[in-house]
Design a protein around this ligand. Structure first.
Ligand code: HEM
Length: 399
């Protein structure tokens, strides 16, 4: 097969903040795998085919460990993250160590446990909307709603007092876009905060995932305090900004498709399926990084051991192998097999929590503020790209 002389640069920017670049269509036309060039000049494989993306995410011959030579970081900041210890649990670890780590956490994320959090999350959503309505239009939906809802939900999950938010919200958000020194400072601040919280919880237990792990693992000696601090930090970082960005980008997508907004408002029972469609359409995480540990043959392509793989979740989510009309936002379908939460052993452990947050956020927002609309032209909405995802800085709305 023919390859371009110089591989195109990756990541490719978005023309529209709430959906992946149209540029992926060109890659897909070329075939399910393409060569791309990273920020540091190295090349890697970009996988845009839906079937190939799933197959490689489930393949034991690929590694998530950023310390393996050839691992493709998307930016210098992402490459630095491995030095902060962020990738020491789950997100940078292969089986069998990963399997042991994940097995310990799974009971705290069961569907039953997550459903038990529903009333608390509904309260959080309602409180934020009450506050917006009381203050009156206009509002910045990012600050008033999209950020606090996931932040409060992760606090409920972990058993972290939300009053302490100044100690963790800022550092958690500055990790991906800060310079290396600031990222290291943010990591230290988070680590100090959680270290103290865990010591307090040992004498004064509460209810939450951290309390479960203190009782079930730390006391038995099967988990150290330092490791528990790492889990707490990962949950906070992985669960907060991601969900906030899907709420804000998903709301923008709905406001830009008023027919879809109206469908969801008029048929609230569409919400669970609409969440899957919004996850697919927004495709927050553009690409998931892996490195081949062995030679792999796939769909006629030969991947060599040590080559970087960028599993193009966003591109694959726009494949006709997933939905027949990928370019349309259609809240009446429920494409549950999208790659927005990844796939395989590292598939998002918090997906059931995220689904509940998104369902309650979109359902309640459309029901309680049925006349929601943008307060500025869409072209004036500012975004920034942090690590593997797009983020809305503000979302000015009125009603
Ligand atoms: C809409 C919001 C979310 C999105 C888009 C998202 C996306 C993802 C993706 C794509 C992965 C796979 C990464 C990979 O394979 O390299 C992942 C893993 C993970 N997510 Fe999420 N996530 C979300 C919410 C959450 C929440 C709420 C939590 C926890 C409270 C969470 C915790 C994690 C953790 C710990 C992992 C690593 C799992 C492992 O390696 O076994 N995420 N997430």
């Amino acid at each position: 097969m023919s390859m371009p002389a110089e591989a195109p640069a990756f990541p490719i920017g978005r023309q529209c903040p709430y959906r992946p670049s149209q540029g992926y269509a060109e890659f897909r036309r070329e075939g399910p795998l393409s060569r791309v060039r990273l920020y540091d000049g190295r090349e890697a494989w970009l996988i845009t085919g839906y079937r190939e993306a799933r197959a490689l995410l489930a393949d034991r011959r690929v590694s998530i460990n950023p310390r393996v030579d050839g691992f493709p970081a998307l930016s210098a900041e992402m490459a630095e993250l491995e030095n902060t210890g962020y990738t020491d649990v789950l997100i940078g670890v292969d089986p069998p160590v990963h399997t042991r780590q994940r097995t310990m956490l799974i009971p705290s994320f069961s569907v039953r446990r997550m459903n038990a959090l529903r009333p608390a999350i509904q309260d959080i959503v309602d409180q934020r909307i009450d506050a917006m309505l009381a203050a009156g239009p206009p509002a910045d939906l990012v600050a008033a709603f999209a950020l606090p809802v996931p932040s409060m939900a992760v606090c409920v999950l972990l058993g972290v007092p939300y009053e302490d938010r100044d100690a963790f919200e800022g550092p958690a958000r500055s990790l991906f876009d800060a310079d290396p020194e600031q990222a290291a400072d943010a990591m230290t601040a988070l680590s100090d905060y959680f270290g103290q919280l865990i010591r307090d919880k040992e004498t004064n237990p509460g209810t939450g995932l951290l309390d479960d792990l203190i009782a079930g693992q730390v006391r038995k000696g099967s988990l150290s305090r330092e490791e528990l601090v790492r889990y707490a930090m990962l949950m906070l970082i992985a669960g907060q900004d991601t969900t906030a960005n899907v709420i804000s980008l998903g709301t923008l997508a709905l406001l830009e498709h008023p027919d879809q907004f109206a469908k969801l408002r008029d048929s609230p029972n569409l919400a669970p399926g609409a969440v899957e469609e919004i996850m697919r359409y927004v495709s927050l995480i553009e690409a998931i990084s892996r490195v081949a540990l062995e030679d792999i043959e796939i769909s006629g392509y030969h991947i060599k051991a040590g080559e970087g793989l960028l599993i193009g979740a966003a591109a694959a989510n726009f494949s006709t192998a997933l939905v027949s009309t990928p370019e349309q936002l259609d809240v009446t379908r429920s494409p549950r097999h999208h790659l927005g939460f990844g796939f395989g052993v590292h598939q998002c452990i918090g997906q059931n929590l995220a689904r509940i947050e998104l369902e309650l956020a979109f359902r309640t927002l459309t029901r309680r503020i049925p006349g929601l609309q943008l307060a500025v032209p869409a072209s004036e909405i500012r975004t920034s790209v942090t690590g593997p995802m797009e983020r809305l800085t503000t979302l000015p709305v009125t009603w």
